[in-house]
Design a binder for this molecule. Structure first.
Ligand code: ASP
Length: 370
């Protein structure tokens, strides 16, 4: 148990760390910085451009992720996202506005291409933080949005391929544990069988669809933006885990898990297996670690250690899990981290601090050969 002396020393250290962050903000005129998951190069560019022309940081990051939400070729977010077990696209999104300390979220919303905008409406127009399912759709419709079909030919094909994959031992099944799924042996795509079922579809799309069928976690965009005054906001938006049970809610709309922003410290977000993140309240954990004085890099590694502990550091199981954390501190320092990587092959995240967006390497908890 912590004694009084340790407690006083601990809280003094936190106060000193926050004071030093505040002082760094006080020096002001930092250059605007926007970071996001790897799929957000265009989103970061858009958000930074808007911040530079004076837009609010939340409006800027939302406009950035709208590009990805509306892109039918990104099958992990918004329109064209991979659907649930029933073949229906259900979206999750959350927003946090640092300067006013407000948050909004929607979960399992159907038929709306840009759920991040609805999350902001929840934040601005209601006393609530989160609205889900049919209520979220009706709330969007009340604000003039129209329900649309979010399934594309590509995502519909992928859903049908997943249905077929359930006949094979490699098929991903929501009704057993993640561990059981991970222990399944996944075969190469049965191309002959797939070609005869989907004669119109190219081999390339079929091979991709098979990969999605047996490894369904993929995507999401988290985007965090900081302006020259040190104001910070964030957004996370996703179609969630492909083939999920209808109504399943991931980490993305959960404030503290998929997104957390504290104007005194910074912001954090996550992509990957939401069920892992919710259990470590990842984004909040990252921000709290930074509050205690860790750098963004140390903070994302710290939360990855907690994820690893969920599987008792069993590297064989962890090897197949995908989860990333992103952190942007109010002084402009940033980092992102994933469970696995090597110095030749590592995950990346997107950064724009003026000019062209670029990919920067994620730090990783466990090294791999090669
Ligand atoms: N985190 C998202 C979820 O669990 C999915 C993802 O990022 O791939 O819903």
């Amino acid at each position: 148990m912590m004694n009084r002396r340790q407690w006083i020393t601990g809280s003094a250290a936190v106060a000193a760390s926050v004071a030093s962050l505040k002082a760094s903000q006080g020096t002001g005129a930092k250059k605007p910085v926007v970071i996001s998951s790897a799929n957000g190069l265009a989103a970061c560019a858009k958000a930074n451009e808007m911040i530079r022309s004076g837009a609010d940081t939340l409006d800027a990051v939302i406009a950035g992720v709208n590009i990805v939400e509306l892109d039918p070729n990104d099958t992990s977010v918004g329109y064209g996202g991979l659907p649930n077990e029933d073949g229906v696209v259900e979206l999750d999104a959350s927003v946090m506005h640092g300067p006013t300390k407000r948050a909004g979220a929607v979960a399992a919303i159907q038929g709306i291409k840009t759920p991040s905008k609805i999350a902001k409406l929840v934040m601005e127009q209601t006393t609530h933080v989160m609205i889900v399912g049919d209520g979220a759709l009706r709330f969007a419709e009340a604000h003039g949005y129209q329900k649309e079909d979010l399934l594309t030919e590509k995502s519909r094909t992928a859903w049908l391929v997943w249905k077929q994959s359930l006949h094979t031992p490699g098929g991903f099944n929501n009704w057993v544990s993640m561990q059981q799924n991970l222990e399944q042996e996944t075969r190469n795509p049965p191309m002959k069988q797939l070609r005869s079922s989907f004669p119109q579809v190219s081999d390339e799309v079929l091979a991709w669809a098979w990969d999605m069928a047996v490894h369904p976690t993929y995507g999401t965009i988290n985007c965090l933006g900081l302006n020259e005054k040190g104001e910070i906001s964030g957004v996370t938006t996703t179609s969630g885990l492909a083939w999920k049970i209808p109504g399943r809610v991931g980490d993305s709309p959960i404030i503290g898990a998929g997104l957390y922003v504290d104007q005194e410290v910074g912001g954090a977000g996550s992509t990957g297996v939401g069920e892992l993140n919710i259990r470590v309240v990842g984004a909040h954990t990252v921000v709290e670690s930074m509050r205690r004085g860790m750098s963004p890099k140390e903070a994302v590694l710290e939360v990855l250690k907690r994820v690893s502990k969920l599987y008792n550091d069993d590297k064989k199981l962890l090897d197949q899990l995908d989860i990333e954390f992103y952190a942007l501190r109010v002084d402009g320092e940033h980092a992102a981290g994933s469970l696995w990587g090597s110095h030749r092959s590592y995950k990346t995240y997107s950064v724009n601090d003026g000019g062209e967006s670029r990919h920067e390497p994620c730090v990783f908890l466990y090294g791999k050969e090669g």
